[in-house]
Design a protein. Structure first.
Length: 228
């Protein structure tokens, strides 16, 4: 497997801008459908549309829950999760309640994640928990990872890409240190080059969230023919 194939298989192609139209969704999906990426990640309102476009493809549809601030009530997140899964989503990227975590209300955060995880796992879907590392100090990042693991998350993800900086290698190193090996890592936000993508994969990420898929996968052929 060459570098670009490795990177391609890790990508969740994000189409999450607030002003993205139906035509934008169609155009974006058609621009990446030829690549062997993992998922296309769209807003909940676009899940059905994305599923229709990708129905003859191996690319899955993922969506976001409680996005981008995580402040929806637990009941709303659970309903949003079920609705998205019924519309065809196979993976959910949910945002933790950032304010509750910083407040130290860990039981709330744990229950918030657990409810979404349960909805997903009952329907054979997976959950990636976005802890929004840019807004947390090291102790809070550590606690967010531990709580996500306790709640049964499949992945812990760095960022939404809409609240401050995106992913950093330092975040991934910390998260990998804290989490058990059965919990997977996703870096998201600010990944725009092939070199960055490879660095995050080498650091332990199995998924990458980016809207720069085409740019990454069409970078210079000299890099794609190498190996890391």
């Amino acid at each position: 497997m060459n570098i670009k194939e490795m990177v391609s298989r890790a990508i969740d192609h994000a189409i999450l801008k607030p002003d993205a139209t139906d035509k934008d969704i169609e155009r974006e999906i058609k621009s990446v459908i030829k690549y062997n990426i993992a998922t296309v990640c769209v807003k909940p309102c676009h899940v059905s549309l994305a599923c229709g476009i990708l129905k003859d493809s191996n690319i899955l549809v993922s969506t976001v829950i409680g996005f981008p601030h995580g402040a929806n009530t637990t009941e709303c997140k659970a309903f949003e999760a079920v609705n998205a899964l019924e519309n065809g989503a196979k993976e959910l990227d949910m945002v933790i309640n950032i304010g509750k975590l910083i407040s130290g209300d860990y039981n709330y955060v744990r229950n918030d994640i657990t409810k979404v995880v349960n909805c997903a796992h009952e329907r054979n879907a997976i959950v990636k928990v976005i802890i929004e590392t840019a807004m947390l100090d090291e102790n809070q990042k550590t606690k967010a990872c531990i709580i996500s693991e306790e709640a049964g998350a499949d992945f812990v993800k760095t960022s939404t890409g809409f609240n401050g900086r995106g992913a950093s290698l330092e975040d991934i190193i910390l998260m990998k240190k804290v989490l058990n090996s059965n919990i997977k890592l996703k870096a998201s936000g600010g990944i725009k080059t092939l070199e960055q993508a490879v660095e995050f994969i080498n650091a332990g990420c199995l998924r990458l969230g980016t809207s720069s898929t085409v740019a990454i996968l069409t970078e210079g052929i000299d890099k794609s023919e190498g190996s890391y």
